[in-house]
Design a protein around this ligand. Structure first.
Ligand SMILES: Nc1nc2c(ncn2[C@@H]2O[C@H](COP(=O)(O)OP(=O)(O)OP(=O)(O)O)[C@@H](O)[C@H]2O)c(=O)[nH]1
Ligand SMILES: [Mg+2]
Length: 290
């Protein structure tokens, strides 16, 4: 995308909801302009909670009606059961698949690519197999070109300036969750969710109040930290990222709340879905309070 729309962390299951990133490809010479809607999904995995099951529903919903699947694997790791499962889902969808062999920057010997490509080729007739490095931006131009060529002609769905379907309010929640993912360890990141309770955008200042939910008192103690230090660290870094995104000053208030076992509560997990939250905020459907 060339800009940060989704949060990133070294921990698995970072992405929880599907979000769209819109790439506007300008007309160049004879090549027509294009609009590519990338749908980022949670990683394919075997779920062990309501949250995990909801994440896999997001994956399945993204697969429905898309024109092309980009299956991304880490080229430095042996094929995992999750990779195999992801391939199976793609095959079942019956949609053309590009295989993206990511993180080639970590490959010591580029010759190692050949047997990996061969292994994948035997499993599926991929439309393209493209080695790349998302981090070092290697292979991305080629990828975009191949994607544009593989897509059917269609209407322009989004206005020129729009790069995502995700409202700023929810990106703010994700920015906080990203800090939690980066600053805390073991079970804390996965037991955490963030709900923005107040979001008032002004021309110069945005007021944001958000609750960080965890499952146990011990996790709350870690998130708050000694003398509130951890919460302050999370808040400061998140605020700076929000200011960059919103191009205003941000006044951020953070609270930590304990909600035992929320990951296994269908209603809480459903409420974390920003599409549903949005319906609640605009009053098109009744929002249930916790
Ligand atoms: N070296 C290297 N690291 C990368 C590259 N692409 C992504 N990473 C790193 O891989 C980690 C995972 O990145 P994410 O964007 O969170 O991956 P994801 O597939 O969206 O993961 P989930 O949302 O958890 O399913 C981060 O630490 C990234 O910095 C790459 O091309 N090279
Ligand atoms: Mg992700």
């Amino acid at each position: 995308m060339g800009e940060r729309l989704a949060i990133i962390s070294p921990k698995p299951q970072t992405t929880r909801n599907r979000i769209q990133g819109i790439v506007h490809v300008p007309k160049q010479g004879k090549r027509p302009g294009a609009q590519v809607i990338l749908i980022d999904t949670p990683g394919v995995h075997k779920p062990d909670s309501s949250l995990g099951r909801k994440m896999m529903i997001e994956v399945r919903e993204a697969l429905e009606g898309c024109d092309l699947i980009l299956l991304i694997v880490d080229v430095n790791k042996r094929l995992s059961p999750e990779d195999n499962f992801a391939l199976k889902l793609a095959q079942q969808a019956g949609t053309p698949v590009f295989l993206l062999l990511n993180k080639i920057d970590l490959l010591r010997d580029k010759k190692a690519l050949l047997p990996i490509i061969e292994e994948f080729r035997q499993r599926h007739e991929f439309k393209e197999i493209i080695p790349l490095s998302a981090l070092k931006k290697q292979g991305l131009d080629l990828l975009l070109e191949k994607v544009v060529n593989a897509l059917p002609t269609g209407p322009k769905y989004f206005p020129e300036h729009q790069t995502t379907d995700q409202p700023a309010r929810f990106m703010a929640a994700e920015i906080i969750r990203e800090r939690v993912l980066l600053e805390t360890m073991e079970e804390v990141p996965h037991a955490t969710s963030v709900i923005v309770e107040q979001f008032e955008e002004g021309p110069k200042l945005t007021r944001i109040a958000a609750a960080i939910f965890c499952e146990r008192e011990g996790q709350k103690a870690i998130l708050v930290g000694k003398g509130g230090q951890m919460l302050k660290k999370i808040g400061t870094a998140a605020r700076l990222n929000m200011e960059r995104m919103l191009q205003t000053k941000v006044f951020l208030e953070l609270f930590v709340k304990v909600q035992p076992g929320w990951r296994n509560s269908r209603s809480v997990v459903d409420e974390l879905d920003w599409r549903r939250q949005l319906e609640g905020l605009t009053g098109t459907s009744g929002r249930q309070s916790r």
